[in-house]
Design a protein around this ligand. Sequence first.
Ligand code: BGC
Length: 754
Amino acid sequence: MRRLHLSLLATASLLAACSGGSRSSPSTSARAAPLSSNGVNATLRVQSDWKSGYCADVTLENTSAAAVTSWTVVVDLHQSTVTNLWNGTYTTSGSQIAVKPAAGTGTIAAGGSLNAFGFCGNATGSTYLPELVSLVVVGGGGGGTSDFALSANPAGGTLPQGSSGSSTITISRSGYTGSVALTVSGVPAGVTATLDPATTTGTTSTLAVAVSSSAAPGTSTVTVTGTGGGITRAVQLALTVSGNGTSDFALSANPAGGTLPQGASGSSTISIDRSGYTGSVALTVSGAPAGVMATLDPATTTGTTSTLSVAVSSSAAPGTSTLTVTGTGGGITRTAQLALTVSGTQPPTDRVENPFAGASFYVDPQWAAKVRDAATRAGDLSAAVTRVASQPSAFWLDRIAAIDGTSTSLGLAGHLDEALKQQATKGAGPMVVAMIVYDLPDRDCAAFASNGELHTSQNGLARYKAEYIDRIVQVLQSKPAYQQLRIVAVVEPDSLPNIVTNTGLYSTCAAAAPTYREGVAYAVKQLATLSNVYLYLDIAHSAWLGWEHPDHAATVYNEVLTAAGGADLVRGFATNVANYSALQEPFNPYDNQNQYNDLIVNFFEWNRMIDEATYVNAMRARFPNHHFIIDTGRSGWPARAAGLPIENRTHRGNWCNVTGAGIGERPRADPVAGVDAYYWLKPPGESDGTSDSTQTTPDAEGKRYDPMCGANPVERPYATGELIATDALQGAPPAGHWFEEQFFMLVRNATPAL
Ligand code: BGC
């Protein structure tokens, strides 16, 4: 109403101005009544009007008892533009200008008046005469400012879908008497909010809120903003839309979760429990872990059920995840959650007992080629060397790059393809492929010779899992034909033994222990999912975990196996990997301790595990359901004089390229009770570590010098000061590299002879 009244007045003044017809007769503007604020009156006078333009001025009269220090006058230019304005500065907003005093001209003493500013304009339409809109003063009146504030009552609330409500917006004015334009923002979809009146010089307006039945339940902040006289004020209301119980739905899942083994699939019925809402519901599922596929059928329905199908690939990681089914429709969003557990192991379907039994064994063609090549330089040993070339041995996946290989070196798939060829030439019976899993972060924590490429401090454990173990699993699954091979995997030499005996002796081992535990558990868990993989954990050898350690070892191994998902995920344990302990001593000195006191004290150091046979029996007692492999690649010690052990190293802790050792028993299945095989797990001829004492920083493969591989004696463990010869053959290349001199020594000393 007020707006209409104003425009009528404007028209009237235009008519009056037209009939006046004279440029010389000054007239006040349409806004004859002055604006007031805080005791200050503003008056606009049109001083001249020549139809295509005008000049006007504004005076301010301070009727209050306090001085005015500044002011803002808003003028609506309607259909005109300012050509020039004096005594003030102004900014333009739409058809309005807000004028402030030019520097130094703003003050009006109490009771004083001011010819505030003047301006001229050009008409751009027929309604061209200017009009006062608002006045804001600083000072005047009781000394307060011209302002207003907004408040809402109620300041929010809950409205069910399909309902409406209102709130009173109060404009508390202090000095400012002009009109306030109100707007509302932040209104969520499906909700309408209107203000009546939307512009007022009064003190209230009503905010009406209507919530449609499709508005999504939830809370939003609705903002009412008032602007006037260059002032902007706002008030916020919290609006909660609730489901109305008459138009809603809920989701539920039956079953609400469960366990699926890798490679299996299952389903759950998703029910849409409708209350009032009859529209279609679009369903999605989220939270499925890698390797798990979850689909909904139908994905959109006006009905009441959908089927969630879940397919778990054999490479999905065991563990529990939450699947969330989300339904949306009519602006309503509802969810149902399911707990999905992928169980660790696909029950072994075609796993045999002893994988070596009745099988032929894969001969690593690359190692065999080195052996055959060495035969050309072997002189009198060449026939024996040539016989070695047809022997099986394990290959070591000693770094990530070894899995994929290169154009000149076989990766895992290359070995498996070669194995399939060898299998074909042997009449297609079962074939064993033996490999060593050896890439734990910070590996070999008690020595330097081969600490490897991964480090816990550099995200090594995550890389070990993702780039190493997962990749091995992937390759093993990459061709159906590989399923015919019996894969024997010996897991992480030296890792758990270092936890058993060395965390108190080496800070590197204490630091690495958690990584070893988690890494080995992960390797077992993942590799055990393949039914043609037979796992053996490295369990050191008689001269390492002998003494009082077997019980402690059993505890550590059981803990790690429990973490992996159970002790029966592994077939057993591998002893003597890459070591030189004798398989079987010809006599037991403890049977006649008086006679062999020296030997017991100085060589065996009171360790009753005098050889691998004794050690394996001790371990079998702790793991009666498990089986053993003994690495006999370098356990063949030539016979010595009666009364001397055949194991002829200076100290049983010596482990690097030991002088005097020979190739031991040939690989074969079921040699003695509890032992699945004697096997060459460390291929004879591959070095244990460089003897070059200048190689003190790790090379690209993480290999470096360890004093145990050097020429000088080293201190006996636990006995300060006493130096012992290392027995290490000199001229040795880094760990894993071909060391021909050592190879010829091993062939020469082979026991039994080749
Ligand atoms: C080395 C490996 C090597 C393995 C077999 C280990 O001592 O660190 O790189 O593959 O021996 O020779």
